[in-house]
Design a protein around this ligand. Structure first.
Ligand SMILES: [Fe+2]
Length: 329
């Protein structure tokens, strides 16, 4: 990327997650993750983490298949939103305005180069907690609930893509997102890219869909305040009989501390903390070659093979259900 970086995207706002077992999924997100329901409509619930300044960070929707409904990003201003919509139109990316939902929007809806639905918005509602959950500190948005893993907010969205590089360039050139790390082979083909609109090392991640799917979700990640909270979440999941796919351990990219489970609908969900912040405004992403990455320079467990193959919706490939590399129950 050359020239002045666009500063029009403020942060990731929320994601819509699809599930064919909505009641079970709702229980996972409320009882185990600690999100609370702020609104509902036929077939959907809107849920928030206790740290959200907006009303919600997750829309959970009943559907025939699991996966991503859409990912929403908030623009810095109405003008910023208009500039990005104009860019999408000039780039020939089809899109349309969508009505507001539960206090956010209107949205401009479009798709990334791999077909993941994305929405961009500016208008929102600042959350005001009811009297019985008002915090002591006016700088907090609601009382500290301490429910389940007690996640604070949606941290990042990880998407599978046939062409990671095309998706990365789309966000860099069109929206000014910064790339922090890339896994790139000698031919220029990319296996992963970690992008963000903030100093947080990742907000939007693309990893290669080795099974050739399109528009699949790898995982949604929710933030807790400490590594110890991630370990506590592992205890909670274990006691609740929720299989742990990976972790607790530390990633190579961004160095986040992670725990991966699947919610009842089959979508992979991460509870995360830690990781570095990036303050350097220059474009100098860390580039890993596949052998460097495979050598695993950091400590911690290796990821199971399902991490490369399983996404939602699943494709039915036998490699997606090979749990032989999972932690022992
Ligand atoms: Fe992640």
């Amino acid at each position: 990327m050359t020239g002045e970086r666009w500063r029009d995207v403020a942060h990731i706002g929320h994601a819509e997650l699809l599930t064919q077992v909505p009641e079970d999924s709702l229980r996972y997100f409320t009882s185990l993750l600690g999100l609370s329901v702020v609104a509902e409509e036929p077939g959907s619930w809107y849920l928030r983490g206790y740290g959200d300044y907006e009303p919600y960070c997750l829309k959970l929707t009943a559907a025939a298949r699991p996966g991503l409904g859409y990912m929403a990003l908030r623009a810095w201003s109405p003008e910023a939103l208009a500039r990005r919509v104009a860019w999408l139109e000039s780039a020939g990316v089809p899109g349309a305005w969508v009505e507001p939902e539960a206090g956010k929007g209107p949205f401009f809806a479009f798709e990334d180069p791999d077909g993941h639905p994305v929405r961009l918005y500016y208008e929102t509602t600042k959350y005001v907690s009811p009297a019985d959950s008002r915090p002591a500190m006016k700088s907090n948005h609601q009382r500290y609930t301490g429910t389940g893993a007690n996640v604070r907010r949606l941290e990042h969205v990880n998407l599978m893509a046939a062409d990671v590089r095309a998706c990365r360039v789309f966000w860099e050139n069109g929206f000014g997102l910064r790339t922090f790390e890339i896994i790139r082979d000698a031919d220029g083909w990319e296996d992963g890219a970690w992008l963000s609109s903030t100093v947080q090392g990742h907000e939007i991640i693309y990893v290669r869909d080795y099974l050739g799917g399109r528009g699949r979700l790898h995982h949604l990640a929710f933030w807790v305040d400490s590594r110890e909270d991630v370990l506590r979440a592992a205890d909670l999941m274990n006691d609740a009989g929720v299989p742990i796919e990976a972790g607790p351990s530390r990633h190579i990219p961004i160095q986040g501390f992670y725990l991966y489970t699947r919610e009842p609908g089959g979508n992979r969900i991460e509870i995360c903390s830690g990781g570095y912040l990036g303050f350097d405004p220059d474009d100098n992403p860390v580039i890993w070659t596949p052998p460097e990455y495979a050598a695993k320079p950091g400590w911690g467990a290796r990821l199971p093979s399902t991490f490369r193959t399983y996404g939602t919706p699943p494709l039915g490939d036998p490699s997606e259900t090979d749990t032989s590399g999972w932690p022992a129950p």
